[in-house]
Design a protein around this ligand. Structure first.
Ligand code: NAD
Length: 502
């Protein structure tokens, strides 16, 4: 009988997971809150640095263990496939744990957990298709080829907004390629990753292939990314933390993938289908309460349709149903953290005094008790100089700005330190093609928004980070290339002349 249900974990302290076993951490526990009620529901342990070390050593042993190191690629894929079936079997329980922890809609977490199972199957199928190349090097009697090898121990640091999905972007390709992993979940949402660890053991992965240490970023996260025996860091989170982690990684020359935040433009051209475009903008910012890295928080609208778009956005926003995250009718739930509620409040006040026009929302939702609910908020007449346009808010706040022509649109869209995603609503394919070439963003969506796929690479430019998740690009991130040269000429060569092509 699993202990990992929202009911069973109530008022308990979450364990850590090392060597396929759950153990109580020696570290100090701290409270974990349910955003829908604002009340504490469980505790999380701040694992000690000795426990972090044990977890990394456990993963290193797994890399040396013939049961994992010599497992055939097809068997690795089969194990991952089996795990996907367990995730599918337990979708309801895993999704309810995530909703309890981060307050996001149960229907959204359910869809994402199903996507985790699909993604796992995609990478399970890839495990025995990771190939090197044979390279003609202009040297007769010499064979030159490459091997793609696992990197080793991967440290994954995950945020709270979609723990399983974001972990799996690293977990599945890393495990398909034969690595081992230690994950530190967010201190705000750790339960689902421990429930996942239980499934990893049930699937039959050798001990140490996957370990979980819980706790705060500055203590446990820092000890993990600075650990000298970590071979690669996979980080998803905010840009400020990303900078700290890149610095910590530099000390050991540990390579890293950084998936950071965004301030993505969602652009409506004069020729767009306005019904679709307005729905796309609403979905880009208010689905998930704006708590998504690809939130389309800057809406750029052509001058000629600005007033009509504003009217439609405000009318559609007024219809959004706010309520408990586990109610199927709810479209906007609470924010995950009290500090986020306060942060949104600061941005709203700053926008009001800074000259933006408040068109909808701007306050907490009345009648929701102590829950952390914030109204869907729209500001008009926003400019790129304003704080709400420059910084990631990670809440349900949309800034709408005007543009005059395509040159102005591209300039304004690119005028940001971020470069994660961009959306364009147009029926002019030539305009879309020109846009796609000039926008500085890792993902571009035309006549759609928030449409990622496990099969397509995702990742940002500029302050949105570096490295790619999803698609075959992710396998490249979790393998390293070894070049092998074999001389079968049978000849002895002049030792003082390097055998390069003249
Ligand atoms: P965060 O940066 O505060 O924390 C992320 C993780 O880093 C947490 O597990 C935290 O404990 C850990 N951490 C913090 N300080 C650390 C340190 N010094 N060393 C090691 N680990 C440390 O982010 P958050 O508030 O949890 O998540 C929201 C952010 O994540 C937003 O900026 C959002 O855009 C970003 N995000 C990006 C993507 C993407 O794919 N680009 C996806 C989801 C979220």
């Amino acid at each position: 009988m699993t202990q990992f249900t929202p009911e069973a974990l109530e008022n308990t302290c979450l364990p850590i997971f090392i060597d396929n076993e759950f153990v109580a951490s020696e570290g100090k526990p701290f409270a974990s809150y349910d955003p829908a009620t604002g009340q504490q529901w469980s505790e999380i342990a701040d694992a000690t640095s000795e426990e972090v070390d044990r977890a990394v050593r456990s993963s290193r042993r797994a890399m040396e263990n013939p049961a994992w190191r010599n497992m055939s690629q097809s068997d690795r894929g089969a194990l991952l496939y089996k795990l996907s079936e367990l995730v599918q079997r337990d979708t309801d329980r895993l999704s309810r744990l995530e909703t309890r922890d981060n307050g996001k809609l149960l229907k959204e977490m359910t869809a994402l957990t199903q996507a985790v199972a699909t993604g796992m199957r995609y990478f399970a199928g890839m495990a025995d298709k990771i190939e090197g190349t044979t390279i003609p090097v202009n040297k007769p009697d010499m064979l030159n080829f490459t091997l793609r090898e696992p990197i080793g121990v991967i440290a994954a640091i995950v945020p709270w907004n979609s723990p399983l999905l974001l972990l799996n972007r690293a977990f599945s390709p890393a495990i398909a390629a034969g690595n081992a992993m230690v994950v530190k979940p967010s201190e705000h949402a750790s339960a689902s990753l421990l429930a996942f660890a239980e499934l990893v053991a049930e699937a039959g992965f050798p001990a140490g292939v996957f370990n979980v240490v819980t706790g705060h970023g500055q203590s446990v996260g820092d000890a993990l990314v600075r650990h000298p025996d970590v071979d690669k860091i996979d980080f998803t989170g905010g840009p400020e933390t990303g900078r700290i982690i890149a610095g910590s990684a530099a000390a050991n020359l540990t390579p890293s993938i950084l998936e950071l935040g965004g301030k993505s433009p969602n652009i409506i051209c004069a020729d767009a289908d306005l019904d679709r475009a307005v729905t796309g903008v609403i979905s880009g910012i208010f689905a998930a309460g704006g708590q998504t890295c690809v939130a389309g928080s800057r809406c750029l609208v052509h001058d000629s349709i600005y007033d009509e778009v504003i009217d439609r956005l405000v009318a559609r926003t007024a219809e959004i149903r706010i309520g408990a995250p586990d109610d199927d009718a709810t479209q906007l739930g609470p924010l995950a953290l009290w500090s986020q509620v306060e942060k949104v409040g600061r941005f709203v006040e700053g926008a009001k005094t800074g000259g933006a026009e408040l068109l909808a929302g701007g306050d907490r939702v009345p009648g929701m008790g102590d829950g952390w609910y914030v109204q869907p908020t729209i500001f008009g007449n926003v400019t790129n100089e304003m704080d709400i346009a420059r910084n990631e808010i990670f809440g349900p706040v949309l800034g709408v700005m005007r543009y005059s022509d395509d040159e102005d649109m591209i300039a304004k869209a690119n005028d940001t330190r971020y470069g994660l995603a961009a959306g364009l609503w147009t029926n002019d394919m030539e305009r879309a093609m020109r846009f796609m070439g000039r926008i500085n963003a890792g993902m571009v969506w035309v006549n759609t928004y928030r449409s990622p796929s496990v099969m397509a690479p995702s990742g940002g430019y500029k302050d949105s980070g570096y490295g790619k998740h999803n698609g075959f690009a992710a396998i490249n991130e979790f393998t390293r290339i070894k070049t092998v040269v074999i001389d079968y000429s049978g000849k002895t060569h002049d030792p003082f002349v390097m055998r390069v092509q003249k």
